[in-house]
Ligand binder design. Structure first.
Ligand SMILES: [Zn+2]
Length: 452
């Protein structure tokens, strides 16, 4: 009989059977806890009966492993209640070994619940529950440093999800299942040392602003350049699509698929692309007008002060031809409603967004293609894959009691009888390794390989 089949030192294997798909191992625990769960106080027990627990273990050589574990039922002498002895490394409620529980957690970051369920020989619902608990544990392990510049963004994965970033470190801090005001408030309120945050760069979504004003009243709200010009890009895109639909000529057909070309700045087009775009603009005056408005909105960002920027904006607004007022209304509304925050961008250092179009496209591709990927799993995989963590040594100022010299200790011992007036404190610097978040450049590089 292979005694060591389980490689669990606290279990003594008494029998073993192998079938086509399973290993069945009969075992007895060498150590059990006799502490009574009813009164919680007494170890004073007698063996009352015997029970066989059916416990799953990690799959081995591609086979499901089942342990038939003979465990004593104990009677607590003081309270006269009976219970099953607790075996270390065995999760009795789940009917699994502790290492299987951890294995399921790790595997579920990589594979679908269905795949893990099949390999372990347990149902999908159990896998999901184990995984949820595993994620809660990981959350404790990966405590993230509160940033000085916080970014609040969103990614559309089925629905809009709020995303928090450390802007100076290009690191992702968290993703929420939605972007409701209450969720944002809850997240911000739970941030440790949140008074560290001096700037919050955000998308123009009112609940973000209200939440920040409520929880972080001292932080400066900034709407960065990216979010403003992307509004103009969306307006141009609406015009492009409507022109594309208007006729059946070869120009119109090509226009329908020219989203990427129009999203680029004119200066970034190569010669061939420039020729293509110019062809369209020459043929469709309305499109040319919209293109010009998009390009000119960027110019607002070439000035240095708030006042100049506002003047540039007003010039831009007045130049909108009546036939383009409707598609560009969203830009005007945004500028009017968010004026102080858009102009805050021109103060001190420029706070900029951490996301790129390509990152959004990539993470959405993973979400869409991964049939087994719920948002929660994608979030866990993004946030808790160890190699993606950005770590740094952080120096904290801590207040510590001054160390006393040897001959002072005796005196202090004497004085402590009288009172503790001798206590002296000093500020010291203490190093610790902190996790700043998920390194965005690394995530962007790795996410291409994420397939299911
Ligand atoms: Zn008891």
């Amino acid at each position: 009989m292979p005694v060591n089949i389980l490689n669990l030192p606290d279990l003594h294997v008494t029998d073993f059977k192998e079938t086509e798909t399973d290993y069945h191992v009969r075992a007895q625990p060498l150590v059990v806890s006799r502490l009574c769960p009813h009164c919680g106080r007494s170890n004073d027990t007698i063996k009352h009966a015997q029970k066989t627990l059916f416990i799953r273990d990690m799959p081995s050589h591609g086979k499901i492993v089942a342990i038939h574990l003979d465990v004593p039922r104990l009677l607590c002498k003081p309270c006269q209640q009976t219970f099953t002895a607790v075996v270390p490394e065995v999760d009795t409620a789940r009917q699994m070994t502790g290492r299987l529980v951890r294995w399921i957690g790790r595997q579920s970051l990589e594979y679908t619940y269905a795949e893990v369920a099949k390999q372990a020989g347990v149902n999908e619902k159990t896998i999901r529950n184990v995984f949820d608990e595993y994620v809660t544990e990981l959350e404790q392990q990966y405590r993230r440093e509160t940033p000085v510049w916080l970014g609040i963004d969103e990614i559309k994965l089925g629905r809009f999800r709020a995303v928090f970033t450390n802007l100076q470190e290009h690191a992702l801090i968290d993703m929420l299942p939605d972007r409701y005001s209450a969720s944002i408030v809850k997240f911000l309120s739970a941030l440790p040392n949140k008074e560290k945050i001096t700037h919050v760069a955000m998308d123009m979504w009112r609940p973000y602003r209200i939440a920040v004003q409520c929880v972080l009243p001292e932080a400066k709200i900034v709407v960065d350049k990216f979010h403003v010009v992307s509004k103009a890009n969306a307006s141009l895109d609406a015009v492009r699509r409507s022109v594309g639909k208007s006729g059946q000529g070869k120009y119109e057909k090509g226009l329908k698929h020219a989203h990427k070309l129009f999203a680029k700045r004119q200066a970034d087009l190569n010669d061939e692309q420039h020729l293509t775009v110019s062809g369209w603009l020459n043929n469709f005056p309305l499109l040319a007008g919209a293109y010009d408005l998009k390009e000119r909105l960027y110019q607002i960002y070439e000035v240095t002060t708030k006042e100049e920027a506002w003047a540039e904006y007003l010039k831009w607004e007045q130049s909108i031809p009546p036939e383009l007022a409707k598609p560009f209304r969203s830009v005007m509304t945004a500028f009017r409603n968010w004026k102080p925050y858009i102009l805050n961008y021109f103060d001190d250092e420029r706070v900029t967004n951490a996301f790129t179009e390509s990152f959004n496209a990539k993470i959405r591709r993973v979400y869409r293609d991964g049939r087994g990927y719920t948002f929660e799993r994608l979030r866990a995989k993004v946030l808790y894959t160890d190699m993606l963590q950005k770590r740094a040594l952080i120096q904290d100022k801590v207040r510590v009691r001054k160390k006393q010299k040897f001959d002072e200790v005796n005196m202090a011992g004497y004085f402590s009888l009288v009172g503790s007036f001798h206590d002296e404190y000093e500020t010291k610097l203490q190093n610790r390794e902190a996790i700043l978040g998920v390194d965005l450049p690394t995530l962007i590089a790795k996410i291409d390989g994420w397939k299911l």
